[in-house]
Design a protein around this ligand. Structure first.
Ligand SMILES: [Zn+2]
Ligand SMILES: [Zn+2]
Length: 419
């Protein structure tokens, strides 16, 4: 409790300082609000506020651990059930979460512990404990530069390759928020999109992830065991796939090209065939008249698998349920994330490239110190601002700046140590 009180006090000081600067979301009085308190972690929802002042007063009084507002607008946002709120439409929201991305760093920094026997391990948690077979495993999903950089990459893919190219939206329509922990939200407020039904949102998100796309639907034809109809003059997916394949084939050094192709095709002979015939292939991609692609005698299935793998690398890895749920609550801008102590930051597209998720959202002091005891069996290292802390082992006592101390307490891997 002492540790929670310490963090809560710092959160309160932050909200007090922000009082007059705290941002209002659009249509504030039409949105549902929700909070998770420190004490019991049970969400309080179905709240409504008529002004930013009333909202900031509430925050200062209650100092929540997490704070959310709805992507939807309602006539009566504080009605106790969805049915009585009178739904008026929902912004289009995309969520990119490092937790769902396939990055190799997870194997080095994620951690699990068996609640029954304390057995523990690094990397992805098994389905059950290998010592006592208990299924009750607690997981600590860590973050690092690699996974948050990958998450940022997905934001660029989403906006540049899909929302702008295929949906006619402008990057100015997209508000980008760092979630304060593992990822980014992209939020589009547009009258025309607000009325999209859940099923229509699913179609959009399926298109964007590129999972389950049908190349046949996009015009790919089986032709004499090969394929035809795809070139860089197509629209949408076929064009994206062809441009990417062309980019790959244009890699000059043979060994680099081999390595790159190996990501999409495992058969070494086929890779060599592709390299040998790359110039003909590039001509096929860049010629507008339709040609058959059986020149490599690969057959339809090999081509299809190769193109689908390329498609997978182009698709933006967004979390599907978030986009299709029209009653979703999303983190409030400038609020603090109780799982990290970092701020939810709204970022201009032009600043995204240089945005540093381990520095820009950090609000607590790096000079005030606090003594902590590490409580988790092991804790991976973490960078905060320009300093890296850890790795730590259980029982270790450290005097650490407030910014990193809050992070470790919020991650539930350390507690306040009294002298
Ligand atoms: Zn166990
Ligand atoms: Zn990582």
């Amino acid at each position: 409790m002492e540790s929670i009180n310490f963090v809560k006090r710092l959160f309160q000081a932050y909200y007090k300082e922000q009082r007059d600067l705290f941002p209002s979301v659009s249509n504030l009085e039409r949105r549902e609000f929700a909070f998770i308190p420190w004490e019991n972690n049970v969400m309080i929802r179905h709240l409504g506020f008529n002004s930013i002042n009333i909202l900031t007063n509430y925050i200062l009084q209650n100092v929540p651990k997490h704070m959310y507002s709805s992507a939807s607008l309602y006539e009566l946002p504080d009605a106790p059930t969805m049915e009585y709120k009178n739904y008026m439409g929902c912004d289009l929201v995309f969520d990119i979460d490092a937790d769902h991305l396939d990055t190799s760093c997870k194997e080095t920094h994620d951690f699990w512990q068996c609640q029954a026997c304390n057995n523990h391990g690094v990397g992805e948690a098994p389905l059950e404990c290998d010592k006592c077979n208990s299924k009750k495993l607690s997981k600590i999903n860590w973050i690092c530069d690699e996974c948050l950089e990958q998450a940022k990459e997905e934001v660029f893919k989403l906006i540049n390759n899909f929302l702008e190219q295929d949906f006619g939206l402008s990057r100015k329509d997209c508000s980008i928020l760092f979630s304060g922990h593992r990822g980014y939200h992209i939020h589009i407020e547009n009258e025309n999109l607000r009325n999209l039904k859940s099923q229509e949102r699913r179609e959009i998100v399926d298109y964007i992830t590129g999972k389950n796309i049908s190349l046949r639907v996009f015009g790919l034809k089986e032709s004499g065991g090969g394929i035809s109809r795809f070139n860089q003059y197509n629209y949408g997916w076929p064009r994206k796939i062809m441009l990417k394949l062309k980019d790959i084939l244009l890699i000059e050094k043979k060994n680099d090209l081999r390595l790159e192709l190996h990501q999409y095709i495992k058969d070494k002979d086929k890779i060599e065939k592709l390299i040998a015939d790359k110039n003909d292939l590039i001509i096929n991609i860049t010629t507008q008249t339709q040609k058959d692609w059986d020149l490599l005698k690969f057959g339809y299935v090999t081509w299809k698998n190769l193109l689908l793998k390329i498609a997978k690398s182009i698709g933006a890895d967004v979390d599907v349920p978030v986009t299709i749920d029209t009653h979703r609550l999303i983190r409030y801008p400038d609020s603090l994330h109780g799982g990290s102590g970092f701020k939810v930051v709204e970022i201009n597209y032009s600043d995204l490239e240089k945005f540093d998720p381990f520095s820009d959202p950090v609000v607590f002091s790096h000079t005030n110190l606090q003594k902590l005891e590490i409580t988790a069996p092991q804790v991976a290292s973490i960078r905060v601002r320009d300093k890296t802390f850890g790795p730590f082992k259980k029982g270790e006592i450290q005097e650490l700046p407030h910014d990193i101390a809050v992070f470790l307490i919020c991650k539930n891997v350390a507690k306040i140590k009294r002298n």
